[in-house]
Design a binder for this molecule. Structure first.
Ligand code: ZN
Length: 271
């Protein structure tokens, strides 16, 4: 998605948004009073002239979702706010000077200058470097979110309190658990994507990543080593600690078996 600032209209700003479904021009403003603080969209124009009658053209939220590719799971307000304040007049070019750090870190062959062009770095006298970045370091980016993801988290009860990780079996607090796809979401059909058995909780402490990369898989309900990949001793020790563990009951059964089986074969190059 691309956004382009077109101009100001009294206190409103006009932006062109180019998304997967074409372009839309929105005129919107930030209104702040003692009682409320919100973003108001005045008009939307997707090629048929500006309109403010959202219901005739589909609800405003749906309209924006369609053209921007954003899913607005929660609220469109933060997104509009961020877009509104992304344009603050002509941007001054500046370099952010970080504080110099005392003490050298041995980076081996990965020194900043070996991995980045000199124009991308600014060396400061105390030693160390800062990145040469023109403009603010916070940039408005919009990613396509998975519409079903928050629902999966709720179905798995991941917001309610600690749950067992389907791989290591440890009881883990919600912040460190994801609703992980057993079958890759990108390769799942629309029906499969809606199937609640396609996801199980996995933890951030290695399980999700190792499973995602196919280094481990589930066979007959137990964790096995799968894709042959060269790893460091440390990574190997994590894999070893998982091998032979049994997937806890609710996450292994007839409903999830087909997805685990797909996953195993996929990473062996058999599907
Ligand atoms: Zn785990």
């Amino acid at each position: 998605m691309e956004t382009r600032f077109i101009g100001d209209k009294k206190k409103a700003k006009i932006f062109d948004i180019k998304g997967p479904e074409g372009s839309v021009q929105i005129v919107f403003r930030h209104t702040k009073t003692e009682k409320s603080d919100k973003m108001i969209v005045d008009t939307v124009d997707y090629g048929q002239g500006p309109t403010d009658s959202w219901s005739e053209h589909g609800q405003l939220k749906e309209l924006l979702m369609k053209f921007t590719g954003e899913t607005f799971e929660d609220d469109r307000d933060p997104w509009l706010r961020s877009l509104f304040y992304s344009h603050q007049g002509p941007q001054a070019e500046f370099q952010h000077k970080g504080e110099s750090r005392n003490g050298q870190v041995n980076r081996g062959s990965d020194s900043p200058t070996s991995n980045l062009e000199s124009s991308e770095l600014d060396q400061h006298p105390g030693g160390g470097y800062t990145l040469t970045i023109n403009g603010p370091t916070d940039k408005l980016t919009v990613t396509k979110r998975r519409v079903e993801h928050p629902k999966f988290r709720r179905i798995l009860g991941l917001n309610n309190g600690p749950k067992q990780c389907a791989i290591c079996g440890n009881l883990i607090s919600p912040a460190f658990l994801v609703a992980a796809h057993i079958k890759k979401r990108a390769l799942a059909s629309d029906d499969e994507r809606k199937d609640t058995s396609i996801v199980v909780p996995m933890c951030h402490f290695g399980c999700d990543a190792l499973f995602e990369e196919g280094l481990i898989a589930v066979h007959n309900g137990s964790i096995i080593r799968n894709k042959a990949v060269t790893v460091t001793d440390y990574v190997n020790s994590i894999i070893q600690s998982l091998i032979g563990k049994e997937v806890p009951k609710p996450y292994w059964g007839p409903l999830t078996e087909k997805y685990f089986s797909w996953h195993l074969k996929y990473h062996r190059g058999e599907s």
